[in-house]
Write a new protein. Structure first.
Length: 66
């Protein structure tokens, strides 16, 4: 695995964890309406960003070893 791919996987992992944590936080009863909107939007964007970044890292890793 190249150094760049490893960094991309690590960043994707952090983005995914934070995104999932925000989405799980929505289950709490003390979340306000504004927080619900923000947590939903940011959580979905971070989680989808993590998926795309992980796919890009996997493609880069595959191309660098071919």
């Amino acid at each position: 695995m190249t150094y760049g791919s490893a960094i991309m996987f690590a960043v994707a992992g952090v983005l995914g964890l934070v995104g999932i944590a925000l989405l799980v936080r929505l289950r709490s009863p003390d979340v306000t309406e504004g927080q619900t909107y923000a947590f939903r939007m940011i959580g979905i964007m971070l989680t989808s960003g993590a998926i795309v970044l992980a796919m890009s890292a996997a493609a880069m890793w595959q191309w660098s070893t071919a």
